[in-house]
Design a protein around this ligand. Structure first.
Ligand code: GCW
Length: 677
């Protein structure tokens, strides 16, 4: 039996709690425009007004005007903003004009985003002295990728690396019969600015491969639900599709029959779904088929699909996650961190305009702390998207509180060419998150993990936003409140739990950027210091009795540091300059090595692990303090409380494994004599 289709608690409304619509819903609102998305906005306005006593009016007497800049007869108050609004079809201008709050959008999508911006602002949007604001998205492509399987697959379950139950799209091997929740999802995505979704796993199994051809109706049904919120549907496709679906003897990207097959298949997709977004491809990666089998490059592979999509306005997201997953751990010359740059940097300039190279934010694999991938600085003539994981595969699997916006903000702020140069946010035109939602009644397993998806969308829209401010927005939109707003005490509690939770998580898990130390057999949850050490996956820490870390310098190591432009190649190369938090990613050092912070590596490991585990106790205490209040729904309270118990248990387990392991390796006692086993 599939779990309930609609979230059955107040929290199921996520960041569109009905109460959040009060400010708009008490106004007299006039909407000028037509088309599908404008109709969506009209319906939203009507719904809000029906709840809070506002009315939908024509121009006269309006205290809120929402308008498309292209509307021929704009009221005078909106006319003044027409030109400014024209700049971007997804953007909008908001201003107080003649005592009316006026929002004029550059296009239908802008109207929708503008409407949700008003909801976010609440009453302050109507204050008399509010200066004019102009908004447009920094990133054109703001996408959520689902690793959802149509059918349940082996040990991964239905959603690969999913910690929120089953898929919201698929159940029991078919499309869900009731898609109400998909529509609610589209609405949530629009409200944080996301405009694209891919609906199946990048590891494409046999059943899912057929979505492209004979199960296209299912994809069309999903597109129908998401279209009213401006979200375009994409499919993950298998590079071997011409063989497995088309019966051809090859999938060679330069073969004429293969090219025809993709062109014809793609044409049929667009006949069925005219606004289909395009494809996502994981090729030559962890067993997925790809162009290497034919001696072709990844540019050949990506361009094959780009050419099929181009006549219809679609794009291909081609993933750069290509590495040898059959490495011999004894082979010290191979470095997985180098792989994406080695494969892709030489291809810069060879990709079509509608091919987007989708690059994981770090060179390895979504670890808690990694340097920014050097690929992002090496391909100025290629369209790039940065991929992050909202699903918490390596950051606590939605059992731990781990607010990821501070990490993502650091990635987006990184200046590969040094201070004053461009940031990652300037060189990437897209941000993609692996989804963290499922059919769980709170959407994300851990109720507080909703904030990660919300923050993702907001950062893709504006990478300059402050993570704490985003969290504040999320709190304001999510928790129940009365007319005077969210109680201050609740706000404070949630901030105390979440603001620094990423750094807290980092402090009790693998130290100083070395990564992994998780169990391959336990789905990457919990500590297993040597879990990956003698495997084929290329993720090693090389701890011995004297020291730890991976020498990635060009002087004595794998040469990975040389993949960065200056000044970072030099900074990472230098033991003196390398930032502490990435030290073991770039260098193998003795336990006695003194960090910039003044402590030795071994003492740092002990200190951070004791402090991190202690911090989880504090987090739990903060939450327990609101137990007997009515600040949160009891169901939400209980779920968070239960997960915090697990976080405390797990953080102590991490602490004791890591500390004991390094004490036994190094023989160096803790300077403060704390308990190590
Ligand atoms: O982090 C790893 C995951 C795999 C995933 C892969 C990828 C979808 O452990 O489950 O496969 O990354 O990004 O393709």
């Amino acid at each position: 039996m599939s779990p309930p289709l609609l979230p059955n608690t107040a929290f199921g409304a996520a960041w569109l709690a009905p109460e959040a619509f009060r400010a708009v819903g008490t106004r007299r609102v006039a909407v000028f425009g037509d088309g599908r998305l404008t109709e969506t906005v009209r319906r939203e306005v009507e719904q809000a007004c029906a709840r809070f006593g506002g009315v939908s009016v024509v121009e006269d007497g309006a205290d809120l005007i929402l308008a498309l800049h292209s509307w021929p007869e704009l009221p005078a108050a909106a006319e003044a903003l027409r030109d400014a609004a024209a700049a971007d079809p997804e953007g909008f201008v908001l201003s107080r004009q003649r005592e009316v709050t006026v929002l004029v959008a550059g296009g239908p999508a802008g109207l929708l985003y503008g409407f949700f911006h008003l909801v976010r602002l609440g009453e302050v949007a109507f204050s008399a002295d509010r200066p004019m604001e102009q908004h447009r998205p920094a990133m054109r492509r703001r996408m959520v990728d689902h690793w959802d399987n149509v059918a349940v697959h082996d040990v991964m379950g239905q959603v690969e690396r999913g910690y929120s139950g089953g898929s919201i799209f698929w159940a029991d091997g078919s499309l869900r019969k009731d898609l109400t929740r998909v529509r609610a999802y589209g609405r949530l995505l629009a409200a944080c600015g996301v405009n694209a979704v891919s609906v199946n796993n990048v590891n494409v199994h046999a059943v899912e491969a057929r979505l492209l051809t004979d199960r296209l109706d299912d994809v069309a049904a999903l597109a129908d639900q998401l279209r009213p919120y401006g979200v375009r549907v994409h499919l993950s496709v298998s590079f071997a599709s011409p063989m497995v679906l088309g019966g051809l003897p090859t999938a060679d990207p330069l073969d004429a029959a293969v090219r025809d097959w993709w062109a014809g298949t793609t044409r049929r997709v667009y006949e069925r779904i005219p606004d289909f977004g395009g494809y996502v491809v994981k090729a030559d990666s962890e067993g997925q088929p790809g162009p290497f089998a034919y001696g072709r490059s990844h540019a050949d592979g990506a361009n094959l699909l780009a050419d099929a999509l181009a006549p219809h306005g679609g794009v291909v997201h081609w993933r750069a996650f290509v590495y040898n997953h059959h490495q011999d751990w004894r082979d010290r010359s191979t470095d997985r961190a180098r792989a994406a740059h080695d494969h892709f940097a030489p291809l810069d300039g060879q990709f079509r305009d509608n091919a987007i190279l989708q690059v994981k934010h770090g060179p390895i694999d979504f670890q808690t702390r990694e340097p920014v991938s050097p690929v992002l600085a090496a391909m100025p003539r290629t369209r790039l998207a940065v991929e992050v994981q909202a699903t918490q595969e390596y950051t606590g699997q939605q059992r731990h509180v781990c607010y990821l916006a501070p990490m993502w903000r650091e990635v987006l702020d990184f200046q590969p060419w040094g201070p004053g140069g461009a940031r990652i946010a300037d060189v990437a035109g897209g941000l993609v998150a692996v989804s963290n939602v499922g059919d769980d009644r709170f959407w994300t397993g851990h109720p507080l993990a909703q904030a990660n998806l919300y923050a993702f969308g907001r950062l893709a829209w504006d990478p300059g936003l402050d993570p704490t401010a985003i969290l504040d927005e999320w709190i304001g939109l999510t928790f129940p409140r009365d007319a005077s707003g969210i109680p201050e005490r609740l706000r404070r509690t949630v901030h105390e739990l979440m603001d620094d939770s990423w750094r807290t998580y980092e402090s009790y898990t693998a130290p100083l950027g070395v990564g992994f130390m998780v169990s391959p057999g336990n789905h990457h949850y919990g500590p297993d210091v040597d879990g990956y050490e003698y495997t084929r996956w290329g993720t090693y820490h090389f701890a011995d009795r004297d020291g730890i870390g991976v020498d990635r310098t060009w002087a004595t190591g794998t040469g990975f540091t040389a993949q960065y432009p200056k000044p970072w190649s030099g900074i990472y190369e230098s033991l003196d300059q390398c930032p502490d938090e990435l030290l073991l990613f770039f260098h193998h050092v003795p336990y006695s090595h003194v960090l910039h912070s003044g402590t030795t590596v071994i003492q740092h490991i002990y200190d951070t692990h004791f402090a991190g585990a202690d911090r989880t106790h504090e987090m739990r205490s903060r939450w327990r303090e609101i137990a007997d209040t009515d600040l949160v729904d009891p169901d939400v309270y209980a779920r968070v409380a239960e997960r915090l118990d697990e976080q405390v248990r797990s953080a102590e387990e991490w602490r004791d494994h890591i500390n004991t392991y390094f004490f036994r390796k190094s023989g160096v006692p803790d300077a403060h004599g704390r308990k190590i086993y």
